[in-house]
Design a protein around this ligand. Sequence first.
Ligand SMILES: Cc1cc2nc3c(=O)[nH]c(=O)nc-3n(C[C@H](O)[C@H](O)[C@H](O)COP(=O)(O)OP(=O)(O)OC[C@H]3O[C@@H](n4cnc5c(N)ncnc54)[C@H](O)[C@@H]3O)c2cc1C
Length: 392
Amino acid sequence: MTYTAMVIGGGIAGTLSAIALRKAGHDAVIYEAYDKTADQAGAFLTLAVNALDALRTLGVDIGDLGFDTPEITITSGSGRLLGRLPHGSSLPDGTTSRTVKRADLYRTLREHALRRGLRIEYGKRLVDASGTGDGVRASFADGTTAEGDLLIGADGLRSRTRHLIDPDAPEARYTGLLTLGGYARGVTTGGEPGVMHAIFGKRCFFTHTTHPDGEVWWAANPAQRTELTSPSTYDWRARLVELFRHDRGPALDIIAATDTFLPGWNTYDIPSVPRWHRDRMIIIGDAAHATAPSIGQGAAMAIEDTVVLATCLRDAAGPEAAFAAYERQRRARVERVVAQGNRTGGWKTLGPLARVPRDFVMRLAMSRMAKTGHDPSQWIYDHHIDWEHAAS
Ligand SMILES: Cc1cc2nc3c(=O)[nH]c(=O)nc-3n(C[C@H](O)[C@H](O)[C@H](O)COP(=O)(O)OP(=O)(O)OC[C@H]3O[C@@H](n4cnc5c(N)ncnc54)[C@H](O)[C@@H]3O)c2cc1C
C-alpha cells in the first residue's frame, strides 16, 4: 500500500519523516507553521552516534556541518577534574558525536528533502484535523485545508496534533532549568578543539567546546524554580557573571568575549504521553516524548522515530497496524531516555549541600567507567535500526 502523508512540522522529525517515507515508497507533504523552521535557530546541538547512524540509514549526509566532539571532560566548580571520557561512544568506522549549529542542520535537512522532490508548505499552522473515512483532513490557521491518507504530527513540544489525538494529553513539564548560551571569539579556554567541557559550577552548570576555527560554543543552565514568561527579554550577562563569580574555569572569560547572547529558553520534557496515535494520526519526536536537553538525545530520538515509522508503514498491513508496531518498538526506549534525561538534569539543580556528595559520586562513577571501559549509557548509543528488517 502506498500512502500520502501530511507531515505537520518542518523541524527535525518532520523533515526526516518525509525523507524516510519517500525512501519507503510513500509520498509526503510537510506543513510548517512558520515561514522557516524557527525555534532556537541560533543554538547548537550534539548529534550522538545513534542519531548519525539513523541519518546514515536514511542516506542523509550532513557533510561537514559542525565538528566532531569525541570527548568530554567533567570538572567541578573548584576546578577539580572529575573525569575525562568518550562523549557518547563511537560507531564501528570511528564516527563520533558531532556538534552542529541548529540552523545549519535545519537548512541541510530541508535541502535533502527538496532534492528528493518533497514539498514543504510554509505558513501552515495546523489547528484541526478530522477523519474522512480512509484519510484525514487537516485545517490550518490561514483557513485552508489539505487531505492525505495519514497525518504525522511532528509539531514539537507544544504539539497541536497531540491534543487532537487525545484532548487529555499531558502538557510539557518544566524541568527547573533555563538554557542560555552563545558564541565567543578571541578567548583562551584552556580546552582543546572538539572536547566538550562540562563544568558543574558552584551555582550553575556551564559547558563549552571550541570549534577548530577557534570559535567557542557555550551554554549555561541556571536553575530557576518557575519558568519565565519570556526568557528572551532578559539581560543575562550580569546574572551569569554573578552565577560564575566563585568558580574556577573559563566561564567568565568566555561570557566576556561573547558579543551577543542567544535568546534563552525554559527547558521541558514530557515523561509519558499515553496515546501516540488514533485512527490515521500519529505523533513523533518532541510531540510524543520531549526529552530534557541535559541528555543530548531529543533530536536523536526524533531521528530514530522517523526511520522506524517509515519501515512500519512499509511493512504493516495498514496504518493502524503500522502505528501499533511503531509504538511497540519505540515506547520503552524513548521513555527510558526521557527518564534518564530528567535524572541528568537533576544533577544540575542541586544546592550547595548536595553538591559535595554529587561531585564525589560523579568522580567515582567516572573513574569506574575509565577503568572498566563500560559506559552505563551505552544502550542509548548502540541502538542501530536495520532498514531491511526493522518492523515487527
Ligand atoms: C536548549 C536545547 C538543547 C538541546 N540539545 C540537544 C542535543 O544536544 N542533542 C539532541 O539530540 N537534542 C537536543 N535537544 C532536543 C532537540 O532540539 C529536540 O528534541 C528536537 O528539535 C525535536 O525535533 P522535533 O522535530 O520533534 O521538534 P521541533 O524541532 O520543535 O520541530 C517542530 C516543528 O513543528 C512546527 N510546528 C509547531 N506547531 C505547529 C503546527 N500547529 N502546525 C505546523 N507546524 C507546527 C514548529 O514550527 C517546528 O518547526 C535540545 C533541546 C533544547 C531546548
